[in-house]
Design a protein around this ligand. Structure first.
Ligand code: CA
Length: 223
């Protein structure tokens, strides 16, 4: 059974989320301020954190940054009334896995929670499959419909980043840090160049553009 921490200071919303999660078989606990949320999330007792951005004391983004700085890899779904792209980008850069804008329906939240729990429990497999693409990390080989595709080592790493984060919006900065290393200083538009190259080699639908935010693995259909 997955354990979920809900950091939300508005009791009405918190109680609605806690009740819904419990009704769906999760163990759900509550934190009403940022410092409690950080303390609890660092305990290692939770599988996922639902994090409101506007929290008393330490705000949600600061909780998230502190968790990632401490190398706590817990998946984080942000709840925010501020769904403008700048806030979303800030959240993604701080290490959020997903977002949900208030007001929301419980089933939307549940869908995000299920996806994030599933993705984070995927083993680090050496062979990844996506549509017609087979990615063999051990042999460093990519097959499309069974035929080998020549990728540069950087294209290969960008593709691997997408395949290991299915369903997740990846900002250009996240892609840079995964595929080039944290200290890479070039402008993030280099990511666009690699996305174009991958689309050309593997089909336009392999990577989807999420306007204002970045990219995500597409639906795999090449038609
Ligand atoms: Ca709040």
């Amino acid at each position: 059974m997955s354990r979920i921490l809900v950091a939300e200071d508005e009791w009405g919303i918190a109680s609605f989320v806690l009740k819904g999660l419990r009704a769906n078989g999760y163990t759900a606990s509550h934190a009403a301020d940022g410092d409690t949320a950080l303390f609890e999330a660092r305990s290692g007792q939770y599988d996922l954190l639902v994090l409101d951005l506007g929290l008393p004391g330490r705000d949600g983004l600061s909780v998230l940054r502190a968790l990632r700085k401490a190398k706590v890899a817990i998946p984080v779904v942000i709840l925010t009334a501020r769904d403008d792209p700048a806030t979303l980008v800030e959240g993604l850069d701080a290490g959020a896995d997903d977002f949900i804008a208030k007001p929301f329906r419980f089933d939307e939240l549940l869908a995000r929670v299920r996806t994030r729990l599933r993705v984070d429990h995927l083993p680090t497999e050496s062979t990844l499959r996506f549509g017609d693409i087979e990615f063999d990390a051990r042999a460093r080989r990519v097959l499309l419909d069974g035929a080998p595709v020549e990728l540069s080592s950087r294209e290969y790493r960008v593709l691997e980043t997408f395949l290991r984060h299915p369903g997740q919006i990846l900002s250009r900065e996240q892609l840079l840090s995964h595929a080039w290393g944290r200290d890479f200083a070039a402008g993030s538009n280099i990511v666009d160049v690699y996305v174009r190259a991958l689309r050309k080699k593997l089909g336009a639908a392999v990577i989807e553009t999420v306007r204002g935010l970045g990219y995500r693995l597409g639906d795999g259909s090449r038609r």
